[in-house]
Design a protein around this ligand. Structure first.
Ligand SMILES: Cc1ncc(C[n+]2csc(CCOP(=O)(O)OP(=O)(O)O)c2C)c(N)n1
Ligand code: SF4
Length: 319
């Protein structure tokens, strides 16, 4: 690139006044997490500070000197989105104490402080920071977008990768069925910290997701939202089918949608005639080995189905 081009600032051209998640970002076609960012900013509004962990959503949205964010935005390292957001909240509390009439800075209650991380940044490597933030009671909404692996670094498994999925660190082969663990139940783990509001949502139902963001932001204290967001690149499916696959994950019960308030389940999106999981597995490249070796594949699919059925029963998912 010539230095003339480098010196030009295109930021103004990229900014769309009515949007807080602006076009021009570098997400792949059909990116589920990018849709989640759009819905989060629409629900939270301009008066929002986002602390975003390293991962796809940071990389695709902030190539210097551009930014897709119409909100205030802090990029932080992979493991500390929750700590950075907690620090921002603590700073606002200090401003409030110093200037009770809020002449200098806005009242903390009027500012939305949101931490955003992928499943790797949240359920694995940033888990300690998240746990501390919730335990200390910061007034922060943490949103984990779940694309079921570490996508930005080339599809490594995380504790949200489903049973049977092939990733670069859970290869399928003669001795391996792919990933051999089920999704870690982050909603229950968050609720066990005694936080007032925990919910799951899917990008296939923007209305429900945005309502949950709005509701969470009204509540004082730590809140945790787990949003399901397929990745066509890492999962190996047609990029036109992102929303469809997110919806199927809900309809099969693999990803149950519910709310927990003060540790109790207060609402569950019930499912009539839950669909079998193999219909969701089949269109995805990461599960193709399960349909090649019938005997091994069938046993793995059965094991995954049993896990889903058990969880559905525990949650009262079936209508
Ligand atoms: C401590 C640390 N370990 C590893 C990395 C390399 N790294 C950057 S992004 C990333 C994966 C992020 O995965 P996830 O949080 O699931 O988000 P996604 O990329 O899927 O959006 C990794 C491993 C890092 N930056 N810092
Ligand atoms: S790799 Fe997946 S999560 Fe990352 S930008 Fe592309 S579609 Fe989105």
């Amino acid at each position: 690139m010539s230095s003339d081009l480098q010196d030009q600032d295109y930021t103004d051209q990229l900014e769309h006044e009515d949007e807080l998640w602006n076009p021009g970002h570098r997400a792949c076609a059909g990116c589920g997490p990018a849709l989640a960012m759009k819905y989060i900013t629409e629900a939270a509004g301009e008066n929002t500070i986002v602390a975003n962990a390293t991962g796809c959503m940071e990389v695709i949205s902030t190539p210097y000197p551009e930014s897709s964010w119409g909100t205030s935005y802090i990029h932080n390292i992979f493991e500390n989105a929750a700590s950075v957001a907690a620090g921002v909240e603590a700073a606002y509390q200090a401003f409030d104490r110093r200037d009770p009439d809020h002449l200098d800075v806005q009242d903390e209650d009027d500012v939305n402080i949101i931490a955003i991380g992928g499943d790797g940044a949240t359920a694995d490597i940033g888990f300690r920071a998240l746990s501390g933030m919730m335990e200390r009671g910061h007034d922060v909404l943490y949103i984990m977008y779940d694309n079921e692996a570490y996508m930005n670094t080339g599809v490594q498994r995380s504790s949200q990768t489903p049973f049977g999925a092939e990733t670069t660190t859970s290869p399928a082969g003669k001795e391996s069925i792919g990933n051999d663990t089920n999704k870690k139940d982050m909603a229950s783990i968050a609720a066990d910290h005694g936080v007032p509001y925990v919910a799951t949502a899917s990008i296939s139902n923007p209305h429900d997701f945005k309502q949950k963001v709005e509701k969470a932001l009204e509540i004082d204290g730590p809140k945790f939202l787990h949003v399901y967001a397929p990745c066509p690149v890492g999962w190996g499916f047609d990029s036109a089918k992102t929303v469809e696959l997110a919806e199927m994950a809900v309809k099969t019960g693999l990803f149950p949608v519910f709310e927990m308030e003060d540790g109790e389940i207060t609402s569950v999106n019930k499912i009539r005639d839950r669909e079998p999981i193999d219909e969701w597995l089949e269109p995805q490249g990461r599960f193709k080995h399960l349909f090649k070796d019938e005997e091994k594949g069938e046993a793995a699919i059965e094991e995954l189905q049993e896990w889903i059925d058990k969880r559905a029963e525990d949650l009262g998912l079936d209508a």
